[in-house]
Design a protein around this ligand. Structure first.
Ligand SMILES: [Zn+2]
Length: 400
């Protein structure tokens, strides 16, 4: 039995849906879902801006030569969508090559300008096999909170990685993700899979291991799972049936900057190649939302919801008593609405219970007469005076 299936819950809560046989692996976002999606983006954007990232946007398609240069064509040809009528154009599988081009735009800059940090909500496409697609967890198109940091030396790399880990930990607390571990992915003995020189691999593997140890997070070392250009640490989270999914990632790369011939000038006026960190705080936003849904069994944090309170009048749709309460809640930045449709009250209650709206307020003649409101929540139903009820609501919304 599949419990907490995010696909089922997401469709019930009207967050997104998959249109059968037509858009396998391609979620269609509905207003409730895109609200959460954008809210997550805004949180990440704020973090990036306060950490001095440059936000960019790069094309959704790319030339053969770009991905040939980065090495992605060679490694992932079967996972890259080719645009049929033009053989040499691909749907973007990775954002990194474009971010290297952006660095190149500023090329030969002084070491004083480093680290240069670039980020993008980068939509990418992967031609996954039908059997590997899985709700929001594995889709054909998704958006990563993708960032690349170009550093001048190891100290800078260590500093930046520590900062990234701190941010990831804070984000997990904010989104109530409690159980996770780090997978430290290193090379296997099969050296043909990887590019670059041994010395740099050893250096970056050592850096990642020391940073992971210092940050006191449970970790496992897996050989053979490194990216072809460098070792990485991935944050692994389990879904409701204990399958493991990677969310955040941090990767050290000595090789891609060389391929793109990007440079900086060091303090001795020497031309040097920067070292690149690939990082995503949450990875695919789609997968992240899937995990949030399964983790909470559809009871998402209240601050993330498009609709926090619904007021259901019985007949007196425009009564000043109801409108005043609505205005007062709105003034307190509570996202609420009045359902003025003429449906039967029980039908309306069912509709909002299905959507997991945290507080349903019912107001009829009796409530207006006695200056009360009737509150319905998942685990309780009660009548309360308007003033006390109002205080209860504010307290509930802001402390949950
Ligand atoms: Zn990258």
């Amino acid at each position: 039995m599949i419990i907490n299936n995010h696909k089922k819950i997401g469709e019930k809560l009207e967050l997104f849906f998959f249109y059968k046989n037509i858009n396998t692996g391609l979620p269609i976002w509905l207003p409730n879902g895109i609200y959460i999606y954008n809210k997550i983006k805004n949180i990440i954007r704020r973090i990036n801006i306060s950490n001095k990232y440059l936000e960019v946007n790069t094309p959704l398609i790319g030339n053969y030569s770009l991905y040939k240069k980065s090495g992605h064509i060679e490694k992932y040809i079967n996972n890259i969508f080719k645009i049929l009528y033009k053989k040499k154009i691909y749907l973007k599988p990775m954002n990194c090559p474009y971010h290297c081009l952006i660095y190149k735009y500023y090329n030969n800059i002084s070491y004083k300008k480093l680290p240069i940090k670039i980020f993008e909500f980068g939509t990418v496409f992967r031609n996954e096999k039908h059997g590997e697609l899985n709700g929001l967890f594995r889709t054909k198109m998704f958006t990563q909170d993708d960032g690349h940091i170009f550093c001048k030396n190891n100290i800078e790399i260590i500093n930046e990685i520590n900062k990234i880990i701190k941010i990831i930990k804070k984000l997990y607390i904010k989104f109530n993700i409690k159980e996770y571990y780090i997978q430290l992915s290193l090379r296997s003995k099969d050296s043909n899979k990887y590019i670059g020189i041994r010395k740099n691999w050893l250096k970056s593997e050592r850096i990642l291991l020391s940073v992971v140890k210092k940050n006191n997070i449970k970790y496992k070392i897996i050989y053979g799972e490194a990216a072809f250009y460098g070792p990485k640490i991935d944050f692994i989270i389990k879904d409701s049936i204990n399958r493991k999914w990677q969310l955040s990632t941090i990767q050290i790369d000595y090789n891609t900057p060389k391929k793109f011939n990007i440079k900086f000038i060091d303090n001795n006026n020497k031309i040097c190649t920067p070292i690149m960190i690939h990082r995503a705080y949450i990875g695919s936003i789609e997968r992240f939302i899937g995990i949030l849904i399964e983790n909470s069994n559809g009871n998402l944090p209240i601050w993330l919801l498009k609709l926090q309170i619904i007021i259901l009048p019985i007949f007196n749709y425009n009564d000043i008593y109801i409108l005043n309460l609505y205005k007062k809640l709105k003034k307190n930045k509570i996202r609420c609405n009045i359902d003025k449709t003429k449906d039967n009250i029980n039908i309306k209650i069912k509709k909002y219970e299905k959507l997991n709206i945290p507080i349903i307020i019912i107001i009829g003649e009796k409530e207006i007469l006695n200056k009360k409101i009737f509150i319905r929540q998942k685990d309780k139903k009660f009548s309360i005076s308007l003033n006390k009820g109002y205080k209860y609501i504010i307290n509930y919304i802001y402390n949950n």
